[in-house]
Structures are given as C-alpha cells and as structure tokens.
Design a binder for this molecule. Structure first.
Ligand SMILES: Cc1ncc(COP(=O)(O)O)c(C=O)c1O
Length: 386
C-alpha cells in the first residue's frame, strides 16, 4: 500500500491538507464549505433548561473560537490551543501563572514587549529574572536554577537578529531543573518547526503574524501538548480577564490559515534570494538571516527549520541610524511599517520602534519579506540604498 493510502486509512492527513481545509468545516445544515461566524454573545438553553454547548457565554468560548483553536492545535500537533485577543494578552496570561517569587530565564534579544513585561514583573517583586544570551547554551544552563526556575522563555528565531535557539536542548535543560519551556515561535510557523515535538511545553504565536498572514487581525495563541493544571489555569485566567479572540477575528484567522503553507514557503523562497544577494552588496555591512551559511545560527536552523528559514531578515547597512531611516523612506514597493508575516513586504528601522534603550544596532533595518515577485523587492531595495 502506498504511503498516501496509509495516511488516508489512518485518517492522518498531512499538515498542508489540514491547513487548506482547516479541519473540513462543511456545515451540515447548508453544505457551506466555509464555517459560519457565531457572533452571538450568549446561547439559549433548550426546553429542558439544558445548555446546548459546553459554554453559553462568549467570554467562556464559542463555536468559531473552538474551530480556530482546533485548527491551530492540529497544525502544531498539540492537544489544545487557547486563542487570545492579542499576542501580548496570551503572553501576559502565561506569565500570570508563574508562582510569586519564582525564577524566569529569558533571552537578552527578543520581542521587546515580552522583555518589558518580564522586567515589569521583576520590578514589582513578582518574579526573579535572568536575562541571558541564549545563543550560548552554556549560559542557559548556568542561568537555570534547579527547583527555583519555573519558566524558561525562548524565542526562535530571535527578533531581530534571527538567531536560532536549539529547542530540544533547551527543553532538556529546563526539564532537568523542574522548569517548563515556552517557545515564541512567531517567526517559525508550524510549517517549518514544531516546538512541542522537540520537547517544548507551550508554543506561543503572535497569530497577528504568519498564522493569519494578511495584516488584518490582532491575535495570540498558546498551544500545549499536555492539558494539565497549569494549562487549565491559563484557560481560566483568559476567561476571567476577558481576553479570548472575538468570533470575527477567529473566522479571519481560519481563512488565513488555509494558505499558511504556500505563504510561508514563498516568503522563505524570496527571503533567501534577497539575503544572498544583499550579503554581497557594497552598501550592506551584514545580512542576518538563518538560511545564510554565514549566520551563527545556521547549523541549528538547518536541523530545526525543516521547511524554509522564513521571511524575516535584517540588513545592517553601512551607515548611521539616520542613513537606515533614509533607506526606509526611499522604499517604493516595500511598505515602511512595523509587524511581520503578512503577504506584503514590510521594512522598519527597529531602533526607532524599540527606543534608545534597545540593544538593537542603530544601522539595522528589519525586513518582513512577503510573497511578491522577488525581482520587484530586490529592485526596490537596490534603488532605496541609492
Ligand atoms: C515575536 C513576537 N512576539 C510577540 C509579539 C506580540 O504580539 P501581538 O502584537 O499580537 O500582541 C510580537 C508582535 O510584534 C512578536 O513579533
């Protein structure tokens, strides 16, 4: 029997198929092949006063939310997903479950919103925090305190240096000390990396980015491979705080997920061409992209990013912060805007966004490479460099 027949027989579809059908949402009543949007904020009980659904109130859950959550869980090969009204709502909910006084280890270069929130918790005396350079595994090992560290937080690739952190190794270090590992995998969608299969306890996505992919939704996702008491605390907190993703956004996310694989692969294909080209450009000092042999995370990336290195890369231009800003203003195709993971390419001077305290180099331009024709993107950057 062929491999394909085996997959069908075991009812195990490949992730591309799961994404394209987003769990085969054919509506029984009408045959609609896209799911309805359940906008109702409340659900009526039946004649015997029994609730029809497992939840009756929109803040606790609703059918459109569950559909989107099951689709994301299937792609990550997780047991459950919780979708939130933003990535930051998901992150802060997870951090709320860290016991008071416990220790957290996190990277020095990372999404600045997460770093700011961790520092806020430390300043309030809620947690002990070690910020470390995770590109040196020995520093992760040295930071983790057996019996004291509750959470190891990593991001891979790291924003905006795109260093790749070894999930399997970090999970082992965390587990040996009794901690959990949470991975911000926003820049490496399930297309290319599945952190749960590598030992992570929780995967986080700013679903605003690749999962939705059309720059029109704010959303966050937590996925677990193990529904335990801590996970249930996160679910309960989401309800109490009132942070589930709203039905229309869930529906847009379901629609976006259908093209996740083709979008991510095209962005990866464009990005590697641009990275190789600009690496040799006389006006560029360095290109940071995990797909380049010159990148310090390349060896791990080759093992861990099994289907493309993604669309995120940074150009370190020869020049000052003002020169980098000028390049951004000269772009005509690539849009000078923050965010990432959409079908359209975006560029930003990261230091301007993160502020003067940020460790990001002054001359760094972050590119989120989209799915346009790569020649148009290349010509645009060439003319902007002048
Ligand atoms: C890597 C990463 N993590 C977390 C976030 C926060 O997500 P959101 O903007 O959806 O709240 C972002 C947003 O830019 C991000 O890029």
């Amino acid at each position: 029997m062929s491999d394909t027949k085996n997959h069908v027989k075991r009812n195990f579809l490949r992730p591309e198929t799961i994404a394209a059908h987003t769990l085969k949402a054919i509506d029984e009543a009408t045959g609609s092949i896209t799911p309805p949007i359940y906008t109702s904020s409340t659900y009526a009980r039946d004649q015997s006063y029994t609730p029809r659904l497992k939840e009756n109130y929109i803040r606790n859950g609703n059918p459109t939310l569950w559909h989107a959550e099951q689709a994301v869980a299937a792609l990550e090969q997780g047991e459950e997903t919780l979708l939130f009204a933003s990535g930051m709502a998901a992150i802060t909910t997870l951090l709320e479950t860290v016991p008071v006084g416990a220790h957290v280890a996190a990277p020095d270069v990372m999404y600045y919103g997460t770093r700011d929130w961790l520092k806020r918790l430390e300043a309030k005396g809620r947690i002990e925090l070690t910020i470390l350079n995770p590109t040196y595994p020995a520093r992760i090992a040295a930071a983790i305190r057996k019996g004291k560290t509750d959470l190891v937080w990593i991001e891979t690739p790291l924003n905006p240096t795109w260093d790749v952190i070894d999930i399997e190794h970090t999970a082992k270090l965390a587990h040996d000390a009794g901690a959990i590992l949470a991975v911000d995998a926003t820049a490496s969608a399930a297309v290319t990396t599945q952190p749960l299969l590598l030992g992570a306890d929780i995967v986080f996505h700013s679903a605003t980015k690749y999962l939705n992919g059309h720059s029109d939704v704010l959303a966050g996702a937590l996925v677990t491979g193990n529904v335990n008491a801590r996970w249930q605390e996160m679910a309960s907190l989401r309800t109490k705080i009132g942070a589930p993703l709203a039905p229309f956004e869930c529906w847009l996310l379901i629609r976006g997920l259908r093209t996740l694989f083709v979008r991510y692969r095209q962005a990866s294909a464009n990005a590697i061409i641009l990275a190789r080209h600009f690496e040799k450009h006389p006006k560029i000092d360095r290109v940071l992209y995990p797909g380049l042999a010159s990148h310090k995370g390349h060896d791990i990336a080759r093992r861990q990013m099994t289907d493309g290195f993604g669309g995120m890369l940074s150009l370190l231009i020869k020049g000052s912060a003002a020169d980098a800003v000028r390049v951004c203003t000269r772009l005509r195709v690539i849009i000078p805007a923050t965010s990432l993971g959409g079908v359209e390419s975006l560029a930003e001077h990261r230091k301007t966004v993160e502020g003067s305290e940020s460790p990001v180099p002054d001359n760094l331009i972050r590119l989120s490479v989209g799915i346009e024709h790569v020649d148009d993107l290349m010509a645009d950057i060439e003319q902007a460099l002048g």
